[in-house]
Design a protein around this ligand. Sequence first.
Ligand code: GDG
Length: 493
Amino acid sequence: MAIAHPAGWPLARVDPMSPMGKTADEAEGQHDFVLVASRLPVDRVENPDGELDWRPSPGGLVTALEPLMRAARGVWIGWSGDAGPAPGSFRVNGLDLVGVGLSAEQVLDYYEGFCNATLWPLYHDVIAPPQFHRRWWDAYVAVNRYLAQAAVAQAAPGATVWVHDYQLQLVPRMVREQRSDVRIGFFNHIPFPGYEIFAQLPWRRQVIDGLLGADLLGFQRRADAANFLRACRRAAGLPTRGSAVRVIDAAGAREVRAEAFPISIDSAALEEIARRETVRKRAAEIRLALDQPETLLLGIDRLDYTKGILHRLKAYGELLNEGRLGPRVVLVQVASPSRERVEAYQMLRDDVELIVSRINGDHAEVGSPPVHYLHQSYPREEMVALYLSADVMLVTPLRDGMNLVAKEYVSCRYDESGALVLSEFTGSADELSGAFLVNPHDIEGLKDTIVRAATISPAEARRRMRAMRRRVREHDVAHWAATFLDALGQTRG
Ligand code: GDG
């Protein structure tokens, strides 16, 4: 079945020749496992000959699902990340991909607008004011329909379709309307807000209805699932019992389950990188470049207002003003560029850079600023070297679905040293009991906790780190995916 793009572009086929047999396009309608996410797990890059090519952007999700994708003739459907025609079906590293294309207007209205400036702030407790525009909603519906069509076209009879994240909340219903034979799972990577906040959304009924097209809805925390169940009762008047919502639709009465499945990382793979000689050497070089600090504090975040970077900097600046941190304590803050065309992100960048330069202006000596601010993206190995070099990891979001950085830090610390300061408003806080938990809004509390974490004994650090490492090792991303898919397999299908 050919999928018509709303802007009328055809699905062009790229790299149809594959040594491993059929491409996704040739196997259309034959995939037993269909993953639908807003983005493909590849980036478009220019190769040395000036031609456009695809480079895998491996995240935990791909690694966890790769074996399943191979075994179940899986396909991954998503957007390439650029405005323009759809890349169509192609294969990268043996993974079947179907790329959809968005017009420049859809990127503005659907992606930068409804996803990043309506849903993202709304679902993160309105830390920034969400904007509600009917045109953005229309684009959201159209793009969801476009991706749902692609899923319908690829799914074999009785297939499993796994839809990911807040950008695609209408897809489960849109798929179910056309394909009552498939089993549909949905996983929300970000929080689901309390009802008083969710209720602000003018399209709250449609969103709930869209999600309830699934058989199983996964959330990061139990509190998120509970918020969703409450929204079903309050906004849609649907009865719930335990984690089940009773739904009546075209197919009759069904039960949809909403439960917590906390996501994780590929812990073993990260530890393997951390143990490499080259990476350990690099970690030592980083400390040398910083003039061998007594304590190295580290923050690594996408530059996003949910991550609590300003609160962290404020606490650190005050600790320096008060002389509570020695002169040889430094903060390295990586703030990787994110959503740079959205206004709230541009303003945040200005605020962060102002406070960094204030702190450095007040406290730097020539050649030794107290804050090392890096507005850049780094290769995986460099990230791991940073995790290895740090004494205290600062993870202080105001709200975060899970926060993988906290789990990554823990996985890299194979010698059981280091301390983690972790916001209680992250999903990770439910699991990492060895962390120093903080309320990032409480600047005094945050300051005291940073000082405590920086001065614990090696024995206490070991005890805490050991417990956190065990948790992440036993609950890695493969465990997460298997648990979700097992639970989905037990739904009525
Ligand atoms: C969403 C939810 C949930 C960051 N800078 C670089 C880089 N990163 C990597 C980190 C980590 C990932 O990006 C960030 O993951 P987080 O979980 O911390 O946050 P979000 O991006 O907001 O993710 C979140 C997650 O989805 C999964 O469900 O945990 O709550 O908001 O892996 O290492 N990686 C590289 N260079 C960088 O400069 N290579």
